[in-house]
Design a protein around this ligand. Structure first.
Ligand code: AMP
Length: 551
């Protein structure tokens, strides 16, 4: 199959903005292709030569392409650069430059799709010394035989900017139309394989039935299911019916695949980072059965059992050298939360069943290997969800995830079935005006602090009780300080002079007649005692109201 034919299709696709027209152009073309070519075209239509799941890339910089174009048309690199600047695009620059081409290649053969595809794949594999010369020679072989329009799309493909206005959806619809297959089936096949070459070839050879059989393959990463921000817990839990609520860890999401004896670890962008995390590979080898599986979890960095900021884990994952040294400095901890495949695909099973499988297959007897902390929630135990949020935040995690227990795993979707509920990054500085002593063993400590904001007359108006976020030593310290500024105590309630400023984080502002401001905070967490601040620095009620309005 000639590359020129595909180039004519590219031109036709570029010439229309109408989606239906684009779909028909693709469908008509696909029908003419044989099984080998259709796989390649499936990828080339999206401007690449590797499937979406692959982390391989052509990897050629613009400068190198410009140098090859210069040699192919017999001009200088600076002339090519000028043309790219004038046209704003390397492809259009090629049309101009090829029309003035002085060199002609004798005995040149027309480019075929097969040759172009294989040459572009070869480019990604060239590394090491003299790699530039070898890359140039491959580029030249292509560009010196190319027509002007072929050069236009070749250079755009190499620089990974095809600009024909064709996304996944149009290719999907094109395949569906070409072979008379339900769009939903093509969509699902693409979602599970992330590979248009497989989808297009299967559609041609086996039709709808073959496509329906395509599924996850351990070893080939899938796009992770994503989370939306959650509405208030009290609203969403009854809506879901039964929810699985889990601690949200602030680390990196891992998708771990076992395929035979091989373990591979991928990021949420489907990058293979197995080499950077040898101890995680060992953990999976030792604490999960030696069956084929795909599981997901979050990995965090720890020190003395406490989570370290996100940057630490990022450094681990990005590291190419001295991995051993990093392993010692940044110990990792895993929290698994889903299983997509265990001996067979599992994504269509409800989350609650997948979680059960996970519990059966993971041995959590070592400190590093854990399942996410979770509770099953219905409208009857919402306070437990709030408690989970508070304990998660106090343990310096990010918040909680709220997942519909009845739902399948849908790769790549950011839907309403998986939600995140984080402590608002925004904080307000508030002043302590009172508090409540604890009970039992904690009877000597003030465990809950009545905090207030400043109104326009510089009076303090209460807004919440904050009871989370402080360790015992700090509670003791604050209790001591409050006794020094005590105005009165009645039962367990103490009233103090407004002197101590706390920085408070919270998940949302809600209306509440119980407090003097008429508002309150959900999940208030004490972030810091602001010893550097006094009553005049306390945030205003006005600020609270404007935050409430702009939420
Ligand atoms: P965000 O990155 O803020 O969109 O939040 C979603 C991310 O939270 C996921 O992609 C995971 O990386 C991470 N995460 C942490 N803990 C969990 C958990 N228990 N379940 C699902 N995702 C989690």
């Amino acid at each position: 199959m000639k590359y020129q034919e595909l180039v004519d299709i590219y031109s036709a696709l570029e010439a229309t903005t109408k989606r239906l027209e684009k779909t028909s152009i693709i469908a008509e073309y696909l029908k003419k292709l044989d099984e080998d070519t259709i796989g390649k075209v499936g990828l080339l239509l999206r401007g690449g030569v590797f499937p979406a799941w692959s982390s391989e890339e052509i990897g050629i910089g613009t400068k190198l392409v410009e140098r090859a174009v210069a040699e192919a048309v017999g001009t200088t690199q600076s002339k090519v650069e000028d043309a790219v600047r004038d046209n704003g695009d390397i492809g259009l620059a090629c049309i101009e430059l090829y029309s003035k081409k002085s060199q002609t290649t004798f005995f040149s053969q027309p480019l075929t799709i097969d040759f172009v595809f294989k040459s572009l794949q070869k480019l990604s594999k060239i590394t090491g010394s003299k790699s530039t010369n070898r890359k140039i020679s491959i580029l030249l072989e292509l560009l010196s035989q190319a027509s002007a329009s072929e050069a236009k799309y070749l250079t755009r493909t190499i620089t990974e900017e095809l600009r024909i206005g064709v996304g996944d959806g149009v290719v999907r619809d094109g395949i569906a139309q070409a072979f008379n297959i339900d769009k939903k089936i093509v969509e699902r096949a693409q979602m599970l394989t992330n590979d248009f070459s497989v989808v297009a070839r299967t559609a041609l050879l086996e039709g709808e039935e073959g496509l329906s059989k395509l599924n996850l393959t351990p070893g080939t990463p899938v796009k992770p299911m994503l989370a939306q921000l959650s509405p208030p817990v009290a609203e969403i839990i009854p809506e879901m019916g039964t929810a699985i609520c889990e601690t949200k860890y602030d680390g990196i999401r891992l998708q771990v695949h076992r395929n035979g004896d091989e373990i591979n670890i991928f990021t949420r962008r489907l990058e293979n980072i197995t080499h950077a995390l040898p101890e995680i590979v060992d953990l999976f080898n030792e604490h999960l059965p030696h069956e084929d599986y795909i599981v997901e979890g979050e990995v965090i960095a720890t020190r003395d059992g406490k989570p370290l900021p996100f940057q630490n884990i990022l450094h681990r994952v990005r590291r190419k050298y001295n991995v051993e040294e990093a392993m010692e400095n940044v110990p990792l901890k895993l929290f698994l939360f889903d299983v997509l495949y265990y001996e067979i695909p599992m994504i269509d099973n409800p989350l609650i069943e997948r979680r059960q499988t996970l519990e059966e297959i993971v041995d959590t007897s070592v400190d590093e290997m854990n399942l996410s902390t979770m509770i099953i929630a219905t409208q009857d135990n919402i306070p437990e969800v709030e408690e989970l949020f508070e304990t998660s935040i106090s343990a310096q995690h990010e918040g909680i995830m709220i997942k519909d227990a009845s739902q399948p795993y849908i790769p790549g979707i950011r839907g309403k079935k998986m939600l995140k509920y984080k402590a608002e990054p925004e904080t307000l500085d508030m002043i302590i005006v009172g508090g409540t002593y604890g009970i039992g063993k904690r009877g000597d400590f003030i465990g809950s602090y009545l905090v207030a904001l400043r109104d326009e007359n510089d009076d303090f108006k209460t807004v919440a009780y904050a009871a989370t976020g402080l360790d015992d030593a700090t509670l003791e310290y604050l209790t001591g300080k409050m006794k020094e500024i005590e105005i009165s105590t009645k039962g367990r309630e103490i009233v103090v002079e407004p002197k101590i400023v706390l920085e408070i984080a919270f998940s949302e502002i809600v209306e509440s007649p119980e407090y003097e401001t008429g508002y309150s905070l959900r999940f208030p967490v004490v972030k810091n005692i602001r010893k550097d601040k006094g009553p005049g620095d306390v945030d205003t009620v006005e600020r609270l109201l404007s935050m409430y309005e702009s939420r």
